[in-house]
Ligand binder design. Sequence first.
Ligand code: ZN
Ligand code: MN
Length: 470
Amino acid sequence: MTDVKIGLETHVQLDTETKLFCGCPNEEADEPNTHVCETCLGHPGSKPRLNEEVVNQAVKASEALDCEVNEDVFFSRKTYFYPDMSKNYQITQYEIPVGEDGEKQIKVGDEKKEVGIKRIHIEEDPAKMKHVGGNVSDSDYSKVDYNRAGTPLIEIVTDPDFRSPKEARAYLQQLAQMMQYLGLYRPESDFSIKTDANVSIEGGERVEVKNITGTKDIEKALNYEISRQKQWKKRGREVEQHTRSFNQGTGATEAMREKETEEDYGYIFDPDLTRQELDEELRTRIKESLPELPQEKFERFKEEYGLKDKLVESLITEASLAEDFEELAEEFNSSLVASWMSGDLKKVLNYNELTYSESGLDFESIQYMLDLISEEKISDRNAEMLLREVVGEERRPEEIVEEEDLLKADESEIDSFVEAAIDENRDAVEDFESGEEEAINFLVGQVMQKSQGKADPKTAREKILEVLED
Ligand code: ZN
Ligand code: MN
């Protein structure tokens, strides 16, 4: 690949009760401009009050990413004009962020890589714009919804350490997973992750690509931007520093504006907010309360359960899945639980486009199903069908099993299916007796059909052979 340098700035919206600087509920509302007050609307004379919970969460993220946490932090005003920011400035941290100089180890395929974390700071989200009858440049007019104004964000900025879009995607996915473990992000919630990427090739100027939402589009956006820059250079032109926007619909990046420098924003200290002292007691308390993070869990699961890498990776994608696995592994054979969870269960969840926590599957239901499987009371086919119905419907697995008669047939029932299959298919029996061994497959099929999946093919075959060879 060409000489590529990519740095990422990821904004994580925090799911706190109230907004960053006022008491408004920090959640989506049915009507626009209802979760608002003088402060988040930027009325003259209104004063911001800092939500302490956000500071704690920023310290938590900083500790998890091995940053130096600054003892004394403050807030600054980043001045710009745009209707999404009615004060004409965004309150952010510029000079001294909460965390600096951290690192995150990531896995890209089978390789490990260290990514430098330059800084982690707190800032407020601006309002949401709605461009009526078009986009920002050609719509008739625009509306502003201030419900989102003042939603707390932490922004995580990396060094320009990525050499390919693939590395950037691996980082973003693993960062999102870490934020989920820390309780700062839930992929199924309305709170999202948004990333801006700085991209340069062959030592040229860097272009900033904004508005990459979630973790899925990053590779697409970067691939597009890199080939765009290459084409540009091929035609003998220089790439100039500017800002572009990623268009999710077309998968392209579009020119937005000439790049401003940080100085253009005229940062000034915000006198309405007091300095925050992040003392050692707070930092230590938060550091000690960090949960086991994905990387550590990965190593421990491999060691403790002797499972393959792929299996462990699948089990630790979600913290709640990993927790339930550990509890179930005490009761059942751990490799059975692991292969069921990363196999059948993941398949059904993916099919329904649900995460484990979204699926609402309760622990008792899983216990019940694993019991049927490990005691061989249910055929593989019916076990899978049961799981599909449990995920897709309101009914309890016990009810489904009862109503649809899903458990394996008992001996005498199978005997009667075997007898019937033999009586009804004399041709096949004669073929078998005259040496055509495959004829037995047909009879096994008949037994399976009669039992509606409750017999298993191995037992059916044995029983047919027993009768025929008598
Ligand atoms: Zn408010
Ligand atoms: Mn930002």
